[in-house]
Design a protein around this ligand. Structure first.
Ligand code: NAP
Length: 283
């Protein structure tokens, strides 16, 4: 049976470290969580981050704007928020409504406040090896591997999913010439042929596709480390992208959903928020 890689303890350790550092600071770091439209999921996610932040001394202001605006207006709103010294960090809740082009809105975020690592410059810095912020979910995955002493050096890592928030940055982070990288990385997507043949070659398999229970025992080799990033709500229940019951007897270790990558992601985001606050003091 697989070792269950719980994220809860790791998440509370990270939050404890950030809380202790904030207690030594004069002011409260403040984040703006910006929502265009009334997507229920975005609002729930922003509120849950605000609750977690509040417990460790970070203030999150949820700023919600109408969906019924043009891209230029959304950019102007974001430019104003980004220039406001009261906000040390900014989170743009996505997806945006279809009538708003997300690219220029993301680009209106000051890179030093881009705690979600969403601007083109900050994403590019992951590849150049000089990151300002690293994106929270890939960071969370590396934290879990580190805390459970799972060495990535020379390992065959397969990532299923090539999103700009998870798969692509994670691939670059695992490839880095560093003790926390040095993996041989393969990235799969919806056009990948013979998916199970590739995923079975993985010593470390990371799944981020948004398809509940898609990856099963036929995709996993014996003793593989399986990281399930998926968060899918089915009948009010949170389900991962990995069919836990079928994979658990085969894998060497496995993250649960809920209680795996999710809580560590929030902690890593809050750690980035503290970093943004520190950066603002240095300017
Ligand atoms: P996304 O932007 O929706 O992209 C999904 C990716 O999966 C795409 O690259 C897509 O391929 C690929 N894909 C879809 N079906 C596939 C299939 N049958 N076989 C192989 N690849 C397939 O993904 P995301 O934003 O990374 O989110 C993925 C999941 O992770 C979602 O459930 C999301 O809620 C969750 N998530 C969780 C956290 C957390 O903190 N736990 C954070 C972020 C996301 P194409 O590129 O070819 O379309």
């Amino acid at each position: 049976m697989a070792l269950i890689l719980s994220g809860k303890k790791i998440a509370s350790e990270i939050k404890g470290e950030v809380k202790a550092r904030i207690e030594e600071t004069a002011a409260k770091p403040t984040l703006a969580a910006v929502i265009f439209g009334d997507d229920e999921g975005s609002l729930i996610y922003a509120r849950s981050k605000a609750r977690a932040a509040d417990k460790i001394g970070i203030n999150v202001e949820i700023l919600q704007f109408s969906a019924d605006i043009r891209t230029e207006e959304a950019v102007s709103i974001m430019t104003g928020i980004s220039g406001n010294k009261a906000y040390h960090g900014i989170i743009l809740e996505e997806p945006l409504p279809e009538n708003i082009d997300p690219f220029p809105v993301r680009e209106a975020i000051n890179p030093a406040k881009d705690v979600d690592c969403t601007t083109a410059g900050n994403i590019g810095r992951i590849i150049s090896g000089e990151p300002v912020f690293l994106p929270a979910t890939p960071l969370a995955i590396l934290e879990i591997l580190k805390k459970y002493r799972i060495d990535t050096n020379g390992k065959r890592a397969v990532i299923v999913g090539r999103s700009r928030t998870v798969g692509l940055p994670l691939a670059n982070m695992l490839l880095r010439k560093s003790p926390e990288g040095n993996a041989t990385v393969t990235v799969c997507h919806s056009r990948t042929r013979d998916l199970s043949k590739i995923t079975k070659s993985a010593e470390i398999l990371i799944v981020a596709i948004g398809k509940p229970g898609f990856v099963n025992r036929d995709h996993v080799s014996k003793d593989a480390v399986v990281i399930d990033v998926g968060t899918n709500y089915i009948d009010g229940k949170l389900i991962g992208d990995v069919d836990h019951d079928s994979v658990e007897p085969v894998a060497g270790s496995l993250t649960p959903v809920p209680g795996g990558v999710g809580p560590v992601t929030v902690s890593c985001l809050l750690r980035n928020a503290y970093k943004a606050y520190r950066l603002s003091r240095e300017m």
